[in-house]
Each structure stands twice: as structure tokens, then as C-alpha cells.
Design a protein around this ligand. Sequence first.
Ligand code: HEM
Length: 376
Amino acid sequence: MLPLLAINAIAMMTGSLGLWLFAASSPQLTAHVAFALGIMPLILAAVIYFVPVLTRGSGAPRWFVILPIAAWAGGLFINAAFALALPAASHVAVHLAALLASVAALTLLVWIARRAGRTLGKPHPGLHWYLAALFFLSAGLLIVPAMSLWPEHRAALRLIHLHANLLGFVGLTAIGTLQVLLPTAVGHADKAAVSRLTQDLKFAVTGAALIATGAAWSAPLAIIGAILFLIPLVRMGSRWAAVFFDQIGRLHGAAASLSLACFGLVGMIFAGFGHASAYLEGRAAVTGFILSVLLPLVTGAATQLLPVWLRPGRQEVWHDRLRETLGRWSGLRALLLVAGGLAVAFGRNEGLWLAAAGILMFAAALLTSARLWRHS
Ligand code: HEM
């Protein structure tokens, strides 16, 4: 399921950019093809995979496979609603979409909270990042029916929904996962990661909450939130630069891509300062976020994890070869994605072509890997 959802997410992000470039479709549709049909189900499945590791407990219940599928079905309904230009505030398809996705998110939220309580000893602090991320997703989704209950506040509620989802849900999952995944990718433990995860959650949560509410009602509040949100990112990035500089500066391998995703997220917060003060266009940031954060993050994570997901158990030469093939030129392709995405977020749409080159490079790596997979 996870490999399928990872490929699905990359395909949906690429499809969303294609819609943006060639089909002049609505911004709502391009956003939700990438986020609701691609990223949301992938993150839910990844959380189901990582939580047993973080709690040192048994695997998730088998029936949990339906949760990412329910979220994906929600993504299908909301995209159908946008594609058919149904009234976004009130149509039954929109509410059904929000219901399906929020049931999946809330089920996971309750499950993680209960497992955290039952873990022997202290659970890994990464668990609280997932809890907080799911809280933001659930809140963002519960705001959807509120848009039709209070149409006069629709514009503000839309801004809360999108910032809660992008920074609260995606941002927190990304930071929480990267703190552990990047050291794994470079092959060295980061002894400070646990204390950073423990200390920095309050900054990330308060930051995301202030950005979401500030975007709706008070720009200065949003700017304070953005400064707080930068704290965990800067602390994580500067630690990596000090300890893993050699590995993250390489042209090949997952680590370069993962560290550039962190850089992309910092860049997007700066783009946020720009659109909060009306110097930049807010919508460009949505496309910029897909290109400069999500694509390097998901392609980097797929490089590191696809081999394990495809063949769990003992790690053999096959795993190393597949990882090496997926990670070939990973540093360069992530650089193209991040540079392209930041260019778009800062008002230069030509950046999209740079990012398109990065996507093509990953597609080539995938095709080569598929050959390796077939012949093994
Ligand atoms: C199935 C779940 C979802 C539903 C039902 C939903 C619903 C909506 C609705 C009704 C709007 C307002 C559209 C308008 O302006 O009229 C909206 C906007 C938005 N949502 Fe969602 N959403 C979902 C999931 C997500 C997720 C997971 C993300 C991000 C991770 C996201 C990001 C956004 C963005 C960026 C916008 C603004 C799009 C634009 O106007 O440019 N949504 N959503």
C-alpha cells in the first residue's frame, strides 16, 4: 500500500502541475489533486507505518488500510466537486469528502493518543508531532462545513483551512519525520534529535496556529507565528549543516533531497512574509510549496524507504542497489525542484520549467529502478 501511495502522490503532484500549466483549471482543483488525492493519503499511511516503531509496540490493526483509502476517496469527491464547479461551500460531495477524510484523521488521532498512554516507558517524542499534525488536519477539515454554516466568514475560514493543512498537518509531519529520516539516510544517529523534537514542538504548534488564525484576521499575528515556526527548522537545518555537511552536500542519495526539502520549507516561510505583507501573491505559494517542499521531501523519502517498503525484512544488496538507483542525481534534481518552486513562490512562473526538469529526472530514476525490480 505505501509504495503505491508514494508513487500516487508523486503522480498527483505532477498531474496538478500539468493542470496548472496546460489546462488553466481552477486553483482549487490543482491544489486538491496534489494535496487531497496525493499527499493526505500518503501521510496517513506513513503515520500508520511509523507509529508502531515510535511506540515500540505491535503493528497497527490490519483494517487500518481502509483509512488512507477513505481519505483518498474524500480526495476524489472534493476534486470531482471542484472539477464540476459544484458550489464549494454547500454541495453534498464537499461535505462527504470532508467527512471521509476527517473520520480517517480522527480515528488515527485517537489510536495514537491511546498507544502513547500504553507505551512502556516514554514514547518517542516524534509521536507527539504526529498527534499534533493530525489535530491540525482534523481541525482544517472540520472547518469545511463551517464554511457553509457561516458564509460571511468563508474567506477567513478558507485561509485557516489551507494554512492549518499546509503548515500544521504537512509541515509538522515533515519536520517530525525528517528529524529521524535524515540521520537514517546518512547512516549516523543524531543524538540531539530527541531533545529537539521534545523542545521544539511548542514552537511549531503555536507557530502554525498563529499563522492560520493570523492569515484570516491579523497579519502581524501571522508574522509572529512564522518566526516561531522557523525555530525548529533553523535548529534542525543548522545542526545538519554542522554534523552531516559532507553527506547532505552530495550529488547522489536521499540525504541531499531531504535536507533541501527543509531548505525549501524555510524559503516558503519567507515567501509567507512576502504575501502576508501583500508584496507577493498568496496562491503562487501553494504551487511553490508543492515544488520546493513536497516533491523533494517525497522523492527523497521514497529513495530511502521504497526498498524497505517493497521488500521488508533483511536488508540485502538488492536494497542498496535500488536505493542507489533511485538516489542517482538526487541532489541535482532536488536543487532544480527547490529553485523552481521558490522562483514560482516569489513570482517567477518560469521556475516551473526548472522543476519540470527535476520531475523528469525522478521519472527516469523510477524507470531504471523498475527495470532493476523486474530483473531481480
Ligand atoms: C477531502 C478533504 C478536503 C476538503 C473537503 C477540502 C475542502 C476545501 C474547500 C471547500 C476549500 C475552499 C475552496 C474555495 O475557495 O471555494 C479548500 C481550499 C483549499 N484547501 Fe482544501 N480540502 C480538503 C483537503 C485539503 C488538504 C489535505 C490540503 C493541504 C494539505 C488542502 C489545501 C487547500 C488549499 C491550499 C486551498 C486553497 C486553494 C485555492 O483557493 O487556491 N485541502 N479546501
